[in-house]
Ligand binder design. Structure first.
Ligand code: DCP
Ligand code: MG
Ligand code: MG
Length: 370
């Protein structure tokens, strides 16, 4: 069966979050700046919304220049930690749409690949439907938009997601890959930088189709074996690299929707059992113990709240995880009168498990809250 790969990239991510948080920004040019230690004078644009882009502002431009282009734009400082939190919620939604736990690869704070071959039976019409559902779910729970690309491999999915931005979805079926790539200029091929672009231009290669038509030996002569072969394959739309989890991550998390919005503790606890099982089986597979437990609730009005506990000792114990998670759920219930829409659990501060289950595992319940 042909693989079906999805790539999701959030639209003007940092600026979109700022717009969401402050509705008065709507319609204005919003520029998020990474200020240097020279204060507001130095610094570069992290990102900006599409109103600012239309005026000619873009990422990496000096903030001072952006200011001179559009003095009436709203300039805001980067709030990285806050964006990381939003990113985690988005990633949990995306992760839960993948074929399986391992079929997910976060690429950066605002983008990820997921494989959905099994979920959609290799059918690109079903894949498109699923892509729309993912977009809907992200929009509903985070109130920001993303662009989705779907294709037979990561290369095509990645290029498809940037084809129609913002809030787009582009599905490239295997039979349309050549047509999709062919007419594009070579600089659009994912992985081609300015140096390669210049060298290819000197060789008379302008479009991706030109590159695909070149003899592989000629490309190897010019770029070496690996790069030459890679250029030929990519230009032909071939990419066999798997979607795979980057295991360096220091956290394992799961999130899911309740059958309907509710405050029923039994329903919440049943779903939490499932999430705990899933997180624990992954912790066991990775042979790690955890030092923190974090839970998240998305309420019926889409507001998100998070609680965290640091355990006195790192453990790998399902009961401890479950008990801590449910204590936090009870606190959420006490603090708000809203229904719960989605709940999530995450373990962090992971360390490799050494030897037998220690006595600490039994005393890990003496958790302190922070
Ligand atoms: N970013 C940054 N500095 C850069 C590029 C990006 O700090 N030079 C940050 C801000 C972006 C986020 O990373 O919001 C994601 O990068 P993207 O390239 O995906 O850009 P955006 O999401 O902002 O816009 P787009 O709608 O084009 O994806
Ligand atoms: Mg983006
Ligand atoms: Mg991105």
């Amino acid at each position: 069966m042909e693989r079906v790969i999805v790539h999701v990239d959030m639209d003007y991510f940092y600026a979109a979050i700022e717009e969401r948080e402050d509705p008065s920004l709507k319609g204005k040019a919003v520029v998020v700046c990474m200020y240097s230690n020279r204060g507001e004078e130095g610094g570069a644009v992290s990102t900006c919304n599409y109103v600012a882009r239309d005026a000619g502002i873009h990422s990496a431009m000096p903030c001072r220049k952006a200011r001179s282009i559009k003095p009436d734009a709203v300039f805001l400082p980067v709030r990285k930690e806050f964006y990381e939190e939003v990113s985690e919620s988005v990633m949990e939604i995306l992760h839960s749409s993948a074929d399986k736990e391992e079929a997910f690869e976060k690429v950066s704070i605002d983008e990820a690949f997921l494989e959905i071959t099994e979920t959609c039976d290799g059918d690109f019409d079903k894949a498109q439907k699923l892509g729309m559902e993912i977009k809907g779910e992200v929009k509903k729970s985070e109130r920001i938009t993303c662009s989705v690309g779907i294709g037979p491999n990561k290369l095509i999915a990645k290029m498809a997601s940037s084809f129609n931005k913002p809030d787009g979805i582009t599905v490239i079926r295997p039979e349309n890959v050549q047509e999709f790539l062919g007419a594009m200029p070579i600089k659009k091929l994912w992985g081609i930088g300015r140096v390669t672009e210049e060298k290819l231009t000197e060789m008379g290669i302008v479009t991706i189709a030109d590159l695909a038509d070149r003899d592989v030996m000629e490309l190897i002569d010019a770029f070496g074996k690996n790069r030459g072969t890679w250029l030929k394959q990519s230009a032909s739309g071939i990419d066999e690299s798997p979607v795979k989890e980057r295991t360096s991550s220091d956290q394992i998390g799961r999130m899911a929707s309740l059958k309907h919005d509710t405050r029923d503790e039994k329903m919440i606890s049943e779903l939490m059992d499932e999430l705990v099982d899933s997180v624990m089986s992954k912790a066991v597979a990775r042979n790690v113990v955890f030092g923190t437990v974090t839970t998240t609730v998305i309420f019926s009005n889409f507001k998100t709240s998070t609680k965290s506990k640091t355990l006195t000792h790192a453990v790998s114990d399902k009961d401890i995880l479950n008990r801590n998670a449910m204590e936090m759920m009870q606190q959420f219930l006490r603090e708000s009168t809203l229904n719960f829409r989605r709940i999530g659990i995450r373990i962090g501060n992971l360390q490799e498990r050494t030897g037998q289950k220690s006595l600490f595992d039994f005393y890990g319940v003496n958790a302190c809250q922070h």
